[in-house]
Design a protein around this ligand. Structure first.
Ligand SMILES: [Ca+2]
Length: 432
């Protein structure tokens, strides 16, 4: 071998070695992003493909907005591993809006349009006759008999609280009232209205209307901003109860510690403001914080942690757009930069969120402390996995049922109950 041919051989040998090394390292780096959380490999190789595959939301966004932080939207898909038993325990009812387990495996449940209050046995699916003595409602549009809950001392007081849309001079309001359930459970006695979310407005949209008791025996009530432009701007005003979280006693009086109670010109019952239409509320069992979900315009549904005095930005800022496709206000999505509170999470496109409940139970261990939200037009139940107030996973359940899920309840036994606009009651448990 001549000197020249030896060096040429060495050149090609080195080149071959380098190419082999490069190919190996490419394989290694290509493998990394294709590993999912459970350590199994997926078929797709690139970062982008994997991201697309693992997001719970598979539809394209309808806005150009970007999240304020990466975990604020389109969380990775998670999948329940427990084998589930899904039963329809009752059907053929009307639009079933709210429910509360007042005795083990027995719920009080509202019918929105017929304004009926019913008792459902969750073990056999039997449904009572309508309870007498419920209030007159205005059931046009989204109005009617809305939410129901019972006093913390229900066993002694037998007090039942109802929200509904009520006629007043000048239009309708979201109203809250209470009555005593008779011993034979056939009537609600001495029903009285304790609170009206004024001002009244001639419209039939966005009543909010969820209620929940805090540990001191006071009530949180959520409202809507009545939808239309310009009335919706009242969500920003402290002299209107529209688009608010409201904190009141069982007599409808502002709670003494409320943030604006000393502020001149402000309504004392207001706890937080700048909301659109809040139809889901629950306490996070890990932190004790009050969480709400509010229905956005086209996209921009928000999950928010409620703290006293906070302004959540609607209709100044939003991660959604008008149904017409036009921008809202100046088309700004960022909340914090504008002096408002960022949502923990938002949906784009819409999840159409209604009632929600944290899974404060261990019957299905992998669901413990997860949040479940009923979806209306989206027609699924959203499961949200949360760690340190950050959404780390999302799953869509019962998406093949074609139902509008209006409210969610977790029973003492750990069953997940979902009621629908189609008048069905779903009971989800772990398969035996
Ligand atoms: Ca907001």
């Amino acid at each position: 071998m001549t000197k020249v041919s030896w060096s040429r051989f060495m050149f090609f040998a080195m080149l071959l070695l380098l190419l082999t090394l490069a190919a190996c390292s490419n394989e290694e780096t290509a493998d990394e992003p294709s590993m999912n959380d459970s350590g199994t490999t997926t078929e797709e190789g690139t970062d982008e493909d994997t991201k697309e595959v693992t997001s719970a939301e598979t539809e394209p966004k309808v806005t150009d907005f970007e999240p304020a932080f990466p975990e604020q939207t389109r969380a990775p898909a998670v999948e329940t591993e427990t084998e589930l038993n899904v039963e329809v325990i009752a059907e053929g009812l009307g639009i079933s809006w709210g429910m509360e387990e007042f005795e083990p495996n027995r719920i009080l449940m509202t019918q929105r349009d017929t304004a009926e209050l019913l008792i459902v046995n969750l073990e056999d699916g039997s449904v009572s006759e309508p309870i007498e003595g419920t209030p007159e409602v205005n059931n046009a549009g989204q109005g009617g008999l809305l939410d129901v809950t019972v006093a913390p001392d229900f066993d002694e007081s037998r007090l039942v609280f109802l929200t509904f849309s009520q006629d007043l001079d000048g239009g309708t309001v979201t109203a809250l009232g209470k009555g005593v359930l008779s011993e034979d459970e056939t009537s609600l006695e001495d029903f009285e209205v304790i609170f009206q979310a004024t001002p009244a407005y001639e419209g039939d949209l966005h009543y909010g209307g969820r209620i929940i008791f805090d540990e001191d025996g006071n009530l949180f009530l959520t409202t809507g901003e009545r939808s239309d432009d310009p009335i919706r701007e009242r969500a920003q005003d402290l002299d209107a109860y529209l688009g608010k979280v409201i904190h009141i006693t069982q007599d409808g009086e502002p709670v003494d510690s409320n943030p604006f109670i000393e502020e001149e010109g402000a309504l004392g019952g207001i706890y937080s403001y700048g909301h659109r239409n809040i139809q889901g509320v629950d306490f996070n069992p890990v932190t004790g914080d009050l969480w709400i979900v509010e229905f956005g315009p086209q996209a921009g549904d928000e999950l928010n942690i409620i703290k006293p005095g906070n302004n959540y930005g609607w209709p100044i800022v939003s991660y959604g757009i008008e149904y017409s496709g036009e921008l809202i206000n100046e088309g700004i999505s960022e909340h914090e930069a504008q002096g408002f509170v960022e949502p923990v999470y938002y949906w784009d496109p819409t999840a159409a969120p209604s009632g929600m409940s944290f899974y404060d139970n261990t019957a299905i261990p992998e669901w413990e402390n997860n949040l479940f939200i009923g979806g209306l037009a989206s027609s699924y139940i959203v499961r949200v996995v949360i760690e340190d107030d950050i959404v780390v996973g999302e799953e869509r359940l019962l998406a093949d049922e074609g139902q509008r899920f209006r409210d969610i309840l977790v029973t003492e036994d750990g069953a997940l109950i979902a009621i629908t606009d189609g008048g069905s009651i779903y009971k989800i448990t772990a398969a035996e």
